[in-house]
Design a protein around this ligand. Structure first.
Ligand code: PPS
Length: 347
């Protein structure tokens, strides 16, 4: 290693040891030197459940996620047959993974069979995240052995995806959810994840960060607008979905997803009730009750049981004060008004 590089690395390590040794679930010592050096150059803010969130390529992200994303950018080569499920965290990712897996694999795994993979595996094991699983912990997976079409997932905003993905013909299904419920789902989830020694995540303080855009993979409005614009320009590339719409009419959107993925339901399948059977297999009530979803961790640090909470539209009314509702309504209007993105916020 040239002297200058080793000096830089020593300085970087020293900086992190002195300034960022932290008690909040962020183990900086484990990161690659490349990532540590990058972190030094990035704006940072106090995180929700880690010491810091860093602004990387225009979005806020934890240090370990950045390390995995860098590796993903370097190593992942999309194929035209790949399908990427993209989402704002806590907006129905687990559900979309289950639905997409069931649709794509319905010839291989009969929906009514007693040993359907979704009965024994959490959806996050069947449709892996790039940043939490495939490229996490310095792994570089061999994806060639996975059967086609390969299903992957990410929370990375569209603008920050590598050009190879943007230019390829691989398809992206995006899901987001009204910001009120997304915030409450994120806040309750993050509070469950924080270490016992970390202070509680106060609602007011966390709400302020959310409205400033400082939330994992946020700001949420940029996240939504990025995929929304692409879905308008390239409807064959990006299918834009909203959690509330799926809740209101799952079978309609199941058909839409199947058509988008090039495997529409046949008349015969529709007559046999395959669409309704998938909706039922992937329903919140069914999935929450499965043993595999009541225990264990499919993603490091995330207990499966915490992925299934209430699944309601409008649960935010139980938490947000009138002034918070006013603030978030104004913010949503300011950022998304006129874009065409509109949400149902009450049942
Ligand atoms: N099958 C199914 N159907 C409908 N809704 C479901 C389903 N599975 C999970 N959920 C609800 O989705 C919320 C979690 O969001 P994500 O799956 O995006 O979380 S994550 O980003 O993958 O961690 C979280 O919402 P809240 O209950 O409001 O917190 C889950 O309860």
């Amino acid at each position: 290693m040239p002297a200058s590089t080793s000096t830089t690395t020593a300085l970087v390590l020293n900086h992190f040891t002195k300034n960022q040794a932290n008690d909040n679930g962020e183990d900086l010592e484990k990161l690659t030197d490349e990532c540590k050096e990058l972190l030094l150059s990035l704006p940072r803010e106090k995180g929700w459940r880690t010491a810091y969130l860093y602004k990387y390529k225009g979005f806020w992200c934890q240090s370990e996620e950045i390390e995995a994303i860098i590796s993903f950018e370097k190593h992942f080569q999309p194929r035209d047959t790949d399908v990427i499920l993209a989402s704002v965290p806590k907006s129905g990712t687990t559900w979309l993974k289950a639905l997409s897996f069931a649709i794509v694999n319905r010839k291989k795994f009969a929906i009514s069979s007693d040993d359907h993979p979704l009965l024994v595996s959490n959806p996050h094991d069947l449709v892996p995240f790039f940043e939490y699983k495939l490229y996490a912990e310095k792994q570089v997976p061999d994806l060639s052995k996975l059967p086609d079409p390969k299903l992957f997932a990410t929370h990375i905003p569209f603008a920050a995806l590598q050009d190879s993905i943007k230019k390829s013909s691989c398809r992206i299904i995006y899901i987001c959810r009204n910001p009120f419920d997304t915030f409450i789902s994120s806040w309750t989830f993050s509070d469950k994840l924080r270490s016992e020694t970390a202070p509680p995540l106060l609602l007011e303080q966390t709400f302020k960060m959310y409205c400033e855009g400082v939330v994992g993979f946020g700001p949420f409005w940029d996240h939504m607008l990025g995929y929304w614009k692409e879905s308008l320009e390239r409807p064959d590339k990006v299918l834009f979905l909203k959690y509330e719409d799926l809740k209101a009419d799952a079978t309609f959107y199941l058909k839409k997803i199947a058509k988008f993925l090039g495997c529409p339901f046949s008349m015969e399948e529709e007559k046999e009730g395959v669409v309704e059977k998938i909706a039922s297999l992937c329903s919140f009530e069914k999935m929450k009750d499965l043993e595999v979803n009541k225990s264990g961790r499919s993603i490091k640090n995330f207990e499966n049981k915490n992925l299934f909470r209430k699944a309601e539209v409008g649960d935010w009314v139980n938490y947000l004060s009138p002034s918070m509702v006013k603030q978030l309504s104004q913010l949503t209007e300011e950022k998304l008004g006129g874009s065409g993105i509109e949400f149902k916020v009450l049942p």
